[in-house]
Design a protein around this ligand. Structure first.
Ligand SMILES: Cc1cc2nc3c(=O)[nH]c(=O)nc-3n(C[C@H](O)[C@H](O)[C@H](O)COP(=O)(O)OP(=O)(O)OC[C@H]3O[C@@H](n4cnc5c(N)ncnc54)[C@H](O)[C@@H]3O)c2cc1C
Length: 457
């Protein structure tokens, strides 16, 4: 027996109809997304294959990422493209659900066919539907797995994507290690070091950014617990974090002595993600606004002494600023290297653009500034290593390195010409990502203020 398959793409929906040789409708599909779901299915199948590949190649990939100089840009690019968007599984699942709703197998008698039917055998029709159904299943599975893949053990840091790992390792963990009780360290640091826990740091509030002392999140003692109420904004990892180091106010009457730090589990009742914030760059990490309503936190989760929170978080910020300075220099170096490569290859007016004096001088100036920033950072790191607390030099390092890095990234984008504005070379992402460094962990203006005040002004 021969079957005819017809596709009617007119009207609101795409209709796919299979008729037997007597013209009876055997299968009818009413969908506005038939083709889309086939594509989705193929994507899902590829996603599944990729996931299996990751698992199979895991030992090799671990060694690979351990290699010196390995860039995580491959993964970051994927996350940057929202492949790991937290809503992705839902997109896939909703797609599959919608398809399930639209696909109806029934007698389709009386339907008007508008496209010329193709003659297909029973086997060909079966094949189309097997592909179609496989697509539905694999897209659902791959969708559901996509979040796990992103957090997967292919990354050294296991559950934590490396792009957001810095928040865990360099910002949230140091205060736990420095001020937490042995019990706290034992309970949480192991998981954090293993990469099984994602951490975040909550300082900034809607009405208190540079002016940390203006925060309003309040922790009030209640027996063996503290009740925390308030909100935070711009919190990196805020959506995915398992734990948050929280800066709170415990006493209104004592000025800088009225702040305390807590380590809070994000599944504590009263903890809520108010919204995910959309941002210019750094798309491989999430940034959120959080709220806390009558959150009960054990007193044992306080980090350091009550009333010492302001000083303790200022200590944390020194480390964060030095890390930002070093990261900015590393980023600038990478972007410069990419640009030098481009300047060797790209031809204009019959020669590589790097041979023009204008470009050559830009490269020379950039490499000089990067080197100066790097050497200054080494010096500051050496001071810290000697046990000093060089607030002025750390602020100078952060200010100078991040400004140099932003300047370099901008010039490198310019050297890439039109391609710099496109996504192909990764320069536009570096340009967007780099900008945060002059704002986060203390803005340029705040750094200047700290440096100026360190001279007694
Ligand atoms: C992507 C991203 C991620 C972040 N992640 C976190 C996080 O994980 N945890 C967290 O707690 N915070 C986080 N932040 C917040 C960040 O630390 C603050 O944005 C920053 O400290 C500036 O605060 P603000 O945005 O409130 O700006 P404001 O303090 O409102 O400053 C606005 C402007 O005024 C200037 N200004 C302020 N005070 C002075 C002054 N005294 N003298 C001169 N100029 C001044 C500033 O330099 C700035 O130009 C993040 C921010 C971003 C953008």
């Amino acid at each position: 027996m021969r079957y005819k398959i017809s596709v009617d793409t007119g009207g609101t929906f795409t209709d796919v109809v299979v008729q037997d040789d007597r013209g009876r409708v055997v299968i009818g599909i009413l969908t506005d997304m038939f083709g889309w779901h086939l594509a989705l299915g193929a994507m899902g199948a590829l996603g599944l294959l990729a996931a299996l590949g990751f698992v199979i190649l895991l030992p090799a990939s671990r060694n690979f990422v351990r290699r010196p100089g390995f860039q995580l840009s491959y993964h970051v690019r994927a996350w940057e493209g929202h492949l790991r968007h937290p809503g992705l599984p839902f997109v896939f699942l909703i797609g599959a659900f919608a398809m399930g709703c639209f696909v109806t197998v029934y007698n389709y008698a009386g339907f008007r066919l508008s496209a010329a039917p193709y003659d297909l055998s029973q086997g060909q029709i079966s094949l189309i539907f097997v592909v179609y159904l496989c697509g539905m299943v694999t897209s659902s599975i791959a969708g559901a797995m996509s979040d796990r893949i992103g957090r997967g053990p292919v990354l050294l840091c296991r559950r934590t994507p490396c792009a957001t790992q810095g928040m865990t390792t360099d910002m949230a963990m140091p205060p736990i290690e420095k001020f937490g009780s042995e019990e706290i360290k034992d309970k949480y640091l192991r998981g954090a070091i293993a990469g099984d826990l994602i951490l975040s740091l909550g300082i900034t509030e809607p009405d208190a950014g540079s002016d940390v002392a203006a925060i309003k999140t309040r922790a009030v003692r209640d027996g063996d617990n503290y009740i925390i109420n308030g909100s935070k904004v711009f919190i990196t990892n805020g959506i995915r974090a398992d734990l948050i180091v929280l800066v709170t106010k415990t006493d209104d009457s004592t000025g800088y002595d009225g702040f305390s730090l807590f380590l809070v589990e994000t599944d504590t009742p009263g903890f809520a993600v108010s919204r995910k914030l959309e941002k210019l760059g750094m798309h491989a990490s999430d940034t959120a606004e959080l709220s806390f309503t009558d959150m009960v936190v054990p007193a044992g989760n306080m980090l350091g002494e009550e009333g010492k929170g302001f000083y303790n978080i200022m200590w944390e910020l020194q480390g964060e600023r030095l890390v930002a300075a070093c990261g900015a220099v590393a980023g600038a170096q990478r972007v410069l290297e990419m640009t030098m490569e481009y300047a060797r290859e790209r031809q204009a007016f019959g020669r590589p653009i790097g041979k023009f004096q204008a470009i050559r001088h830009k490269i020379a100036a950039m490499s000089t500034k990067i080197e100066a920033a790097r050497q200054f950072n080494y010096y500051v790191a050496w001071l810290v290593d000697r046990g000093e607390y060089p607030v002025r030099e750390i602020s100078q390092a952060k200010l100078f390195s991040t400004q140099v890095a932003c300047e370099v990234t901008d010039e490198c984008l310019q050297i890439h010409g039109g391609w710099g504005y496109m996504k192909e070379y990764g320069i536009e992402r570096a340009w967007r990502d780099m900008r945060l460094n002059r704002i986060g962990a203390g803005t340029d203006e705040v750094m200047l203020d700290v440096i100026g005040r360190s001279y007694g002004f």
